[in-house]
Design a binder for this molecule. Structure first.
Ligand code: HEC
Ligand code: HEC
Length: 383
């Protein structure tokens, strides 16, 4: 695989022509004569805890590479990340930041590109409700979010970078005037982080599944049955939304579209503890969609990648499920039999799950275990 995957090359090329006042190539030379890359600079920014009000939190605190780029601190009973300020919590479970670089920019799905099973008006973007157009816009959010890194404003973030040990790297990449204009510098901080997020380190494609595609891993009997069932469009239907193909890059395990799959509320979510009637409306509450679509998009969330899903528990936007077994049960019987009350009730859940005839997947215990065993082959680090 190349240094950056091809999609991000296109993505970064378009960013660079579109935006950076100070230029910004993918490599630069410091005054000391050493070569730095945009990816290395982005990596330093991603791990810099000084970029938070308490100097105690970096992007990696909630997106830890050792934990599938998700938050190792959370559980089903404490499902959302604590911010730089102790006791400050958001209302969503941190998703992995890995493979997010493959999402298209937020927009609408072309009408001819929909099938009844995967009908979704919107696709792409970053955050579970797609409210950030792309990775660069996403990376501008956490620094200033009071329940995350809690800096006062962009100028404070820029000043921290200007005083950091790696400020010469920033100048090497973005030019001698890199810190002159706050908006440009802040944009470039986000641009470098996005480059790191598009690098091989964050998107290694090194799981057993990838080895299987390349012919260097043989599935166990259970993994193989799970692999077949996962793709069975008349039975488990998982791959309708968690798409896969014949190459690693085609197998991101998401179509980056939006659905309400009937996820129930998590009473342990601090937002629900504070207000028991709290409801996360997902895409329906996003300012990025047409106001006229808000009712139809209530309760929809972006399909998450399942790469590294072994490491990213608890599951769903609110961390309501502790295990993959519970997630599979959700699809198998809970939605169909309404053992659960969806957080956002939607008469179309069934339609979206199964083109209008959802009656539960009727899986056997063995089939559910096979699906879980297949998902466990998606953990990076095997190759
Ligand atoms: C306090 C924990 C926390 C910190 C710190 C944090 N994030 Fe996140 N991140 C989250 C949560 C929670 C979400 C989902 C929020 C939502 O959907 O509204 C998220 C979403 C994302 C996404 C979107 C993934 C997707 O599939 O849509 C990316 C990318 C990301 N974060 C990268 C970053 C970067 C880069 C930084 C540092 C600038 C950062 N995060 C800092 C918790 C955190
Ligand atoms: C109609 C599209 C669709 C189908 C079909 C579907 N999923 Fe999902 N899946 C989603 C969406 C959307 C979410 C996120 C829901 C949320 O956050 O509330 C999700 C979440 C998940 C998660 C949680 C991931 C995480 O990081 O939190 C797992 C695991 C999962 N699905 C596995 C499966 C399996 C296994 C199947 C087949 C039995 C399946 N999905 C079928 C759309 C779908």
């Amino acid at each position: 695989m190349t240094k950056w995957h091809s999609l991000s090359l296109i993505f970064l090329a378009s960013l660079m022509t579109a935006s950076c006042g100070g230029g910004g190539g993918d490599t630069g030379t410091t005054s000391g004569g050493s070569t730095v890359t945009m990816v290395e600079l982005g990596r330093k920014l991603f791990f810099d805890t000084d970029l938070s009000s308490g100097s105690n939190q970096s992007c990696a605190s909630c997106h830890d590479p050792a934990n599938g780029f998700a938050d190792p601190r959370v559980t089903v009973n404490a499902p959302v990340s604590e911010g730089s300020v102790g006791g400050a919590f958001g209302d969503r479970n941190a998703p992995t930041a890995a493979y997010a670089s493959f999402a298209p920019s937020f927009g609408t799905v072309a009408a001819g590109d929909q099938t009844p099973e995967t009908n979704s008006k919107y696709q792409g973007g970053q955050f579970l409700d797609g409210r950030a157009l792309d990775l660069v816009e996403q990376a501008k959010g956490p620094f200033l979010n009071p329940v995350e890194m809690n800096l006062a404003n962009a100028a404070e973030a820029v000043a921290i970078v200007q005083n950091a040990a790696y400020s010469s790297d920033f100048i090497a990449i973005f030019g001698a005037n890199a810190f002159t204009d706050t908006d440009t510098a802040y944009h470039n901080i986000a641009t470098a982080i996005a480059a790191f997020e598009a690098s091989d380190e964050v998107n290694p494609f090194s799981s057993k599944f990838d080895a299987f595609l390349q012919g260097s891993y043989t599935f166990t009997a259970s993994e193989q049955r799970g692999f077949v069932l996962f793709q069975d469009a008349t039975k488990a239907k998982c791959a309708n939304c968690h798409t896969l193909g014949s190459t690693p890059e085609e197998s991101l395990f998401t179509n980056f579209r939006y659905y309400n799959i009937g996820t129930p509320s998590n009473p342990q979510n601090p937002a629900n503890i504070a207000n028991s009637s709290f409801v996360d409306e997902g895409l329906g509450a996003s300012a990025a969609i047409d106001a006229a679509d808000q009712a139809a998009e209530r309760g929809k969330f972006k399909v998450p990648t399942l790469r590294n899903v072994e490491l990213t528990a608890p599951y769903m936007h609110n961390g309501v499920y502790a295990t993959l077994e519970e997630v599979v049960l959700h699809y198998d019987i809970q939605v169909a039999n309404l053992f659960i009350t969806p957080e956002v009730d939607d008469p179309n859940i069934a339609a979206e799950m199964n083109a209008g005839t959802f009656v539960g997947l009727n899986l056997t215990d063995q089939e559910r275990a096979d699906l879980v065993n297949f998902m466990l082959t998606l953990t990076d680090g095997y190759l």
